[in-house]
Design a protein around this ligand. Structure first.
Ligand SMILES: Nc1ncnc2c1ncn2[C@@H]1O[C@H](COP(=O)(O)OP(=O)(O)OP(=O)(O)O)[C@@H](O)[C@H]1O
Ligand SMILES: [Mg+2]
Length: 274
């Protein structure tokens, strides 16, 4: 099973409502290759993640397939131990009076919250695991705190912990730092780097070049549901390809291996990528 791709999408046409987001879309991501997906608002990034996470399906067509680890069909429980998704949708769906611990525990149930009957299915070992993960993320103090009394960054950490309870091999992060201040964003990215160093594969969706961890070399640029470029950072994050993707002229600098985009009109003496 080691050489089957993590994600193998072939000839997929995907609608959200009446919008056709992808048309005959193809993408393959190996199991142990960290990837960043960049693209403007509405380019299809979240739709792609939902496709991977089995929340939406392509239009039925004999030549279309979405395979995860070589399989067309998955039950949600099994899939969670391979792929953990962290998204805003998830964070937004929680009621504000749930606690940090509830959020983490809900990962075991693939549910939002652990109320009512579902609470009966939570065992002591689930709780132990939840605390272990919260401790790993330096967030034990969030266990008893209500979500409504947390900052966005703290809430985000709980949602990350939720995805980690199944110890998934791959973490898929949809704009993990959106809405976080500089310190919280860099702290979050540092945690992602540690998870990557500990052997988890990372698929990161972002708008910001400078948030691509050094560990990720493969970058996919998406525009209007189409792949504009796909390859190593050095070949993909060029001014021309970013222009093609985002429709605005930017300059690109590399600082300590991090890429930085800034307005084309700016004058600067930092190294510029051609
Ligand atoms: N529930 C929905 N119903 C109808 N159209 C939708 C729905 N969700 C998304 N779309 C449309 O699908 C397209 C792709 O949206 P998607 O959310 O995948 O973009 P994105 O790249 O994640 O954007 P952003 O950077 O703003 O998060 C957009 O044109 C969007 O308007
Ligand atoms: Mg999105």
């Amino acid at each position: 099973m080691n050489d089957v791709p993590l994600i193998d999408i072939r000839n997929a046409t995907v609608f959200r409502g009446s919008t056709r987001v992808f048309r005959h879309f193809n993408l393959s991501i190996p199991q142990h290759e960290p990837v960043a997906i960049l693209g403007p608002n509405g380019s299809g990034k979240t739709t792609l993640l939902k496709l991977i996470n089995r929340e939406i399906y392509p239009v039925l067509d004999d030549s279309a397939s979405v395979r995860i680890l070589g399989r067309d069909r998955w039950n949600v429980w099994e899939l969670r131990s391979h792929i953990g998704i962290v998204s805003h949708d998830l964070q937004a769906n929680y009621k504000n009076d749930v606690t940090g611990l509830d959020v983490v525990l809900s990962g075991f149930l693939s549910s939002i919250g652990v109320h009512g009957l579902l609470a009966d299915r939570i065992s002591v070992s689930h709780k132990d695991k939840a605390f272990e993960i919260l401790e790993e993320l330096d967030a034990t103090e969030l266990a008893a705190r209500k979500l409504k009394h947390m900052s966005t960054g703290q809430q985000r950490r709980c949602v990350l912990a939720r995805a980690l309870v199944h110890e998934p091999d791959t973490l898929i992060l949809d704009e993990p730092t959106a809405g976080l201040d500089l310190a919280a964003a860099f702290d979050y990215l540092e945690r992602v780097r540690k998870l990557s160093a500990a052997g988890r594969n990372i698929v990161l969706v972002s708008h910001s070049l400078n948030e691509i961890p050094l560990e990720i070399d493969r970058v996919i640029l998406l525009r209007d549901g189409q792949i504009v470029a796909d390859g190593p950072k050095a070949r993909v994050l060029t001014e021309d390809k970013l222009y093609e993707t985002f429709g605005t002229r930017v300059r690109v600098a590399i600082i300590d291996g991090y890429y930085l985009a800034y307005p084309a009109a700016a004058k600067s003496d930092v190294r510029v990528v051609d």
